[in-house]
Design a protein around this ligand. Structure first.
Ligand code: ADA
Length: 563
């Protein structure tokens, strides 16, 4: 599969494959003794050690080693797609990067040397330690794996200044008017050609005085991107010594009267799932075949929407969403943080760094219509406001073309809803039921959903689209029960039927991301007593994508609604 962008004038080498490996339970991550490592094992990259039989469930430090072939005297760029939970990167035993942000790329420029084979060691650590990594905590409802779990790529760089980043915005979809931002690694005047294949669309000399240059142009093809017809275009920026090709779609997103519009057309209803990157066998290091299978399942069910919960997802999955017209909510890493987090400057700084990396990596995917952050944060305390404002403003500054939201569990009690373009409520009526005396509390669903619509109007937010960003019930795969009890496939199926019918019929609700696509591994220990098998079992599929009863129910409702 081709993953964008393409770098025609750089030699690009995949570093995926078998790497040397050593797992150390008590290794000192902060002052590592690299000389003590002997690398007795092999591991696959991308891969997480805690999903392999030899190190299943092990917490500690994993040392990954491989050798990079970089021609003598040439610089190179290393792109490590994602690490868990935090990592240090060493080239020839010198530290080049420390990253405390999982699920976003680590990018490193490797200076030239007189050695052709360069030793690369990546130390990954999956021990919870808030002072080293405040981005992931033990209480999160999904498992924190250790390793390198997305593609690793090496690019041999051209001489001189090179292109650091290209971003394409649609200014006017009808006229195919684009804004192209080109970032260079150095100031200095040079000719920039923007091309559609071999055809030059624009050619101008620019100074790159501020590091980046902005171009406005009309794209030769006017074919716009939509969910129904996801047309994609390739745009090449050439500066003579370097060239980058990005793939983009011509599309604009906005809201009006409680609805979401893509290229001025109302999206009838967003219908889909929250999706974790999770598999029983591979953890978060999903093979391409599984990513494609997930897309096929979603399309087959009539879904047009995925919420990437609760972190940036694999760029290959985003490419597949671009190609298949799946509208995507991209979200930075966060789960149930408290006001004490939001007032911690180090936590806010980590979120800012993570958010910038996420936006830089996914900017050109037309599938992404909205960005979210801090799932279910403690948004009922005023102290958190500066942090929320910082993140909303950051997203709007770095990426002004998309809608902003965050999923709240506090519905109308949430203090910061006014900051969002789209209101997103996570809600579990009839599962985490208000009335525990009721044996069959499905009756709680309708009043809760209808109440949201009414109360939003009362608060003056009736013009903002409302998404039910989570709703669902757990079912243990294979547990059938004639009395439709909690944890049975029957209860889950009934539950989702009740919820989906109302959401589809209610004009005040713009869409839904059901919780959740498939079962996913979560925390262990006594904390997991509400999580049988130590899985979050609210998947419509289990962790191998085997369908539960609810599959047929949801498929029928979504397919009919999307006709
Ligand atoms: C929350 C959370 C999800 C999941 C869910 C549940 O809404 O956002 O990640 O934990 O609850 O299953 O209870």
């Amino acid at each position: 599969m081709t993953v964008y962008p393409l770098y025609e004038k750089r030699k690009v080498i995949s570093c995926n494959g078998l790497w040397d490996f050593e797992f150390k339970k008590d290794f000192d991550f902060l002052s590592p003794d690299l000389a003590s490592l002997v690398f007795p094992s092999k591991i696959v990259v991308p891969g997480v050690w805690d999903a392999f039989p030899d190190w299943r469930g092990a917490r500690g430090c994993g040392a990954f080693r491989t050798y990079l072939e970089i021609p003598v005297g040439k610089r190179a760029k290393l792109n490590i797609g994602a690490i868990g939970m935090y990592a240090k990167v060493f080239i020839d035993r010198k530290e080049y990067a420390f990253q405390d942000s999982p699920y976003v790329p680590v990018e490193i420029e490797i200076p030239a040397s007189d050695k052709a084979a360069r030793e690369l060691i990546v130390l990954c650590d999956n021990r919870f330690n808030y002072s080293i990594c405040n981005m992931f905590e033990l209480y999160f409802d999904f498992y924190a794996y250790g390793g390198i779990f997305r593609d690793v790529e090496l690019q041999i760089l051209p001489e001189g200044a090179y292109i650091d980043w290209v971003g394409v915005d649609t200014l006017d979809w009808k006229k195919a008017k684009l804004k192209v931002t080109v970032k260079s690694t150095e100031k200095g005047s040079r000719e920039v050609r923007i091309m559609d294949g071999a055809k030059t669309v624009l050619s101008e000399k620019r100074s790159f005085e501020s590091g980046s240059e902005v171009f406005e142009l009309e794209w030769p093809s006017k074919e716009a991107w939509s969910s129904e017809k996801p047309a994609l275009h390739l745009l090449t920026v050439d500066t003579g010594n370097d060239s980058v090709t990005v793939r983009f779609g011509i599309r604009q997103v906005r809201t009006e009267k409680g609805q979401i519009l893509v290229n001025d057309k109302v999206v009838k209803k967003l219908l889909g799932y929250c999706r974790h990157e999770s598999h029983a066998q591979f953890g978060p290091a999903l093979p391409l075949s599984q990513l494609l299978a997930d897309i096929q399942i979603l399309k087959d069910m009539g879904c047009n929407f995925v919420r990437g919960s609760h972190y940036p997802q694999d760029p290959r999955f985003l490419d597949l969403c671009d190609e298949n017209g799946i509208l995507f909510w991209e979200e930075s890493l966060g789960w149930g943080q408290k006001a004490t987090h939001f007032t911690d400057p180090k936590f806010v700084a980590s979120q800012v760094d993570h958010t910038k990396k996420m936006i830089r990596a996914s900017y050109n995917h037309p599938c992404i219509i909205m960005r979210g952050f801090l799932n279910e944060g403690e948004t009922i305390k005023e102290e958190g406001r500066p942090c929320y404002e910082t993140l909303v403003n950051l997203i709007r500054k770095e990426d002004p073309t998309r809608l902003v939201s965050y999923a709240t569990m506090f519905d109308l009690r949430d203090l910061f809803l006014e900051l969002c373009d789209v209101i997103s409520f996570n809600t579990y009526p009839g599962w985490y039921a208000a009335n525990c005396e009721d044996e069959h509390p499905l009756g709680e669903i309708l009043p809760r959903l209808r109440g949201f619509v009414e109360k939003l109007k009362e608060r003056g937010l009736g013009d903002r689209p409302l998404i039910i960003s989570e709703i669902g019930a757990a079912a243990l795969y294979g547990w059938r029960d004639p009395i439709c009890s909690q944890w049975s496939e029957e209860y889950q199926s009934e539950y989702l039927k009740t919820a989906c019918e109302e959401i589809i019929a209610n004009p005040g609700i713009a869409g839904v991301a059901l919780w959740q696509f498939c079962d996913g591994r979560t925390y262990r220990g006594s904390r997991s007593l509400g999580r049988p098998r130590t899985f979050n079992n609210k998947g419509t599929f289990d962790e191998y994508r085997r369908p539960k009863m609810a599959f047929h129910t949801v498929k029928k409702l979504f397919t009919e609604a999307s006709k």
